[in-house]
Design a protein. Structure first.
Length: 46
């Protein structure tokens, strides 16, 4: 599938009314990844 530029992606989710759910997904996914890194000792949050 590959990487999609935000300039292509964001207008589509705005037009379809999915910008809020998409933002929530991005934040949730980033937090989950950060926890995995923290649990693995890769990332230290202080």
């Amino acid at each position: 599938m590959g990487i999609i530029a935000s300039t292509e992606f964001i207008p589509i989710v705005e037009k379809t009314g999915l910008i809020i759910p998409t933002g929530e997904w991005v934040l949730r996914t980033a937090c989950q990844q950060m926890k995995k890194w923290h649990d693995a000792g890769i990332l230290r949050c202080e």
